[in-house]
Design a protein around this ligand. Structure first.
Ligand SMILES: Nc1ncnc2c1ncn2[C@@H]1O[C@H](COP(=O)(O)OP(=O)(O)OP(=O)(O)O)[C@@H](O)[C@H]1O
Length: 501
C-alpha cells in the first residue's frame, strides 16, 4: 500500500547569478519515509533542502505540505509547518549558551516581563534530550567554545524542538563520531515508527544505502531518478551520481606498515588543559599515523596540539627533523608543517573573501617576488592552476568562498596545503562532505605524499578511512592512548570499536 504523501515538490528552480543550482525539481516524500539525496559536490543537494526548509526562496515552482500549498518565508515559518533542518554549515550564535541556541527564534515562551529565564530554557532543552533519547549535553556552555560535533548535536536539538514531522539532515553524521552516529540512527528509527519523515544527505554511500528507504539522485541541478535503497548497489549508485564508472580501490592496497626509520615528530607525555593525558607517540618519515576514538576521546585535540594551537601543560612536542619544539603555529608553519582542521568554515577558511585569496594564503612566501612584493598575476595563476587541479566547481576564483558548496570548500581547504612542499601534514576529517570522486582523489594525493616521504597524522571519525590509509592506528579514550595497532596485524573494525568503548 502506498503511503500518504507529506511533501510534494513541483518544478522547483533556484539560481545564484549564472549558476542554475536547481532545475525543475519534482519530488514526493511520504509519511514514515527516510529519503537520501545523493550526488556530486555542487550538484544542488543543499540548495534543494534549503528551499524546503525556508532558508532560500525558490525562483519558481510550488511545494505542498499535507496537500496545502507550502511557501515558507523563513526557517521559523518552516518550523511552524513542522519542517526542521540541521544545516551543513554550523549555524549557532557563538556568544550565546548552547541551551539558548537550541531555542533560537522561540525563546519568547521562556520570557516574562522582558526577562529570559535561563533556568526554564535549560529545563526545556533537557526535556528534549529525554524525549528523543539523546545523550546529556552542557546547555550552559557558550556555543562558540564547543567543538564541531557538540555544536552539531545542539543544532539537532534545535531542529527537534519544533517537533517536526519532516526532519532534514544535511551531512550531519559526517560531523559525528561512532557513538553519536548510532544515536542519530536510533533517532531515524524512532521517526519512522512515529510515521514521520526524514530527508538526509550523506556522502557515505554505504551509510546512505543502509539507513534510507529511497534515494533521489541529483546531477548538475537535475533530479535524475528516485530509487529504492534495497534495489541499487553502491557501485551503481556511484555510477548514476557521476555519470561514469568509478573504478578501483579508494584505499591503500598494501598490508604492511611502510615508512623510513627516522622519527620526525613526537609527543612525549603531553597533557593539556583540554584533557589530553600523558600522550606519547612518534611519527616516522613517510608514515601515516591514524587516530580514532569516540566524541570525548581527545583525538581532535591531538591535531591542535601538534600544530601549536594548544600549549601543553606538561610534556614536549618536538619536530625532530628540524630540532625544534612546537610552541606556536609560527614554528609549525615555518617548518613545513600543515594543519587542516575539522571545523572548515570556523577555523580554516576565510568565508567572506575570494577563493583566490584562500587558495594563496598558505603559499605567500612562494608568491612574493624578489623585491618582496606580492604579484597579482602570480596569485591568479596559482589559484587558476589549483582550481583546475582540484576540480573546484565555481564560476571564477574571484567568487567569494561562501558561495561554494560544502565539498568544494573542502577542496580549497585541503588543496591549498597540497600545493606546498611539506614534511608533516596533520589532517582532521579530510573527507568530511566530499563526494566519492573527490574522496578517491584525496586518498590518491595522500598516497603520493607518502611516497615523497611526507608524514601524516590522520585524525578521523571514519574507521574505514583510518584502516584504509594508516600504517598505525592509535585508538584513544578519555584523553589517553588505549591501543596502537599496526597495519600488518590487519585492522579489525569490531576490535577497534571495543577498545574505543
Ligand atoms: N549562496 C550561494 N551563492 C552562490 N552560489 C551558490 C550559493 N549556494 C550554492 N551555490 C552554488 O550552487 C550550486 C549547488 O550548490 P549546493 O551547495 O546546493 O551543492 P551540494 O550538492 O549540496 O554540494 P556539496 O555536496 O558539496 O555540499 C554550486 O555550484 C554552488 O557553488
Amino acid at each position: 500500500m502506498k503511503k500518504e504523501c507529506v511533501l510534494k515538490i513541483e518544478n522547483l528552480n533556484k539560481s545564484f547569478g549564472i549558476t542554475h543550482a536547481n532545475k525543475n525539481i519534482c519530488m514526493e516524500l511520504h509519511k514514515g519515509e527516510i529519503r537520501g539525496l545523493s550526488g556530486e559536490n555542487g550538484c544542488g543537494k543543499s540548495t534543494l533542502l534549503s528551499q524546503i526548509a525556508g532558508i532560500y526562496h525558490s525562483d519558481s515552482g510550488t511545494m505542498y505540505k499535507d496537500g496545502e500549498v507550502y511557501a515558507p518565508k523563513n526557517p521559523i515559518d518552516a518550523g511552524d509547518h513542522k519542517i526542521a533542518i540541521v544545516v551543513q554549515e554550523l549555524g549557532l550564535i557563538a556568544d550565546l549558551p548552547a541551551g539558548v541556541n537550541a531555542f533560537l527564534g522561540k525563546t519568547g515562551q521562556f520570557t516574562k516581563f522582558g526577562y529570559l529565564s535561563l533556568k526554564k530554557v535549560y529545563q526545556a532543552a533537557n526535556a528534549e534530550l529525554e524525549k528523543w533519547g539523546l545523550p546529556k549535553m552542557n546547555f550552559r556552555s557558550l556555543a562558540g567554545g564547543m567543538n564541531v560535533e557538540n555544536r552539531k548535536m545542539i543544532e539537532l536539538v534545535r531542529a527537534l524542538s519544533s517537533d517536526p514531522d519532516i526532519l532534514i539532515l544535511d551531512e550531519v553524521t559526517q560531523s559525528l563520531s561512532h557513538d553519536n552516529r548510532n544515536i542519530v540512527y536510533q533517532l531515524l528509527k524512532k521517526f519512522k515508527e512515529m510515521n514521520r519523515s526524514i530527508i538526509l544527505i550523506s556522502h557515505d554511500l554505504e551509510e546512505t544505502l543502509r539507513i534510507t528507504d529511497t534515494i533521489s539522485i541529483l546531477r548538475d541541478g537535475e533530479l535524475l531518478d528516485t530509487v529504492n535503497s534495497r534495489e541499487i548497489s553502491e557501485d551503481e549508485l556511484k555510477r548514476r551520481m557521476v555519470g561514469r564508472n568509478i573504478e578501483g580501490d579508494y584505499y591503500r592496497s598494501d598490508e604492511e606498515e611502510i615508512y623510513e626509520d627516522e622519527v620526525i615528530f613526537s609527543f612525549s607525555e603531553v597533557s593539556t588543559e583540554s584533557g589530553l593525558k600523558d600522550v606519547s607517540f612518534d611519527v616516522h618519515k613517510g608514515e601515516i599515523l591514524g587516530f580514532c576514538g569516540l566524541s570525548d576521546s581527545g583525538i581532535h585535540d591531538i591535531g591542535q596540539a601538534a600544530y601549536g594551537l594548544m600549549k601543553p601543560e606538561k610534556g614536549k612536542i618536538m619536530l625532530h627533523s628540524d630540532q625544534v619544539e612546537i610552541v606556536s603555529t609560527n614554528v609549525s608553519l615555518n617548518h613545513r608543517m600543515a594543519y587542516v582542521p575539522k571545523d572548515r568554515d570556523g577555523e580554516a577558511l576565510m568565508m567572506k573573501t575570494t577563493i583566490l585569496r584562500n587558495l594563496c594564503l598558505t603559499s605567500m612566501e612562494q608568491i612574493r617576488g624578489k623585491a618582496g612584493y606580492i604579484s597579482a598575476s602570480h596569485m591568479k595563476k596559482m589559484a587558476e592552476d589549483a582550481k583546475a587541479e582540484f576540480n573546484i566547481k565555481c564560476t571564477s576564483v574571484l567568487q567569494n568562498m561562501n558561495g561554494l558548496s560544502g565539498g568544494n570548500k573542502q577542496k580549497v581547504n585541503l588543496g591549498r596545503w597540497l600545493l606546498k612542499d611539506l614534511q608533516l601534514l596533520i589532517i582532521d576529517c579530510p573527507t568530511r562532505g566530499v563526494d566519492v570522486g573527490v574522496k578517491s582523489y584525496i586518498y590518491q594525493c595522500m598516497k603520493e605524499a607518502k611516497k615523497k616521504g611526507i608524514s601524516m597524522i590522520l585524525i578521523t571519525d571514519e574507521l574505514t578511512e583510518a584502516m584504509g590509509m594508516s600504517d598505525h592506528i592509535i585508538v584513544m579514550k578519555n584523553g589517553g592512548i588505549k591501543k596502537k595497532i599496526a597495519r600488518s596485524s590487519h585492522f579489525n573494525e569490531e576490535e577497534m570499536i571495543e577498545v574505543m568503548i
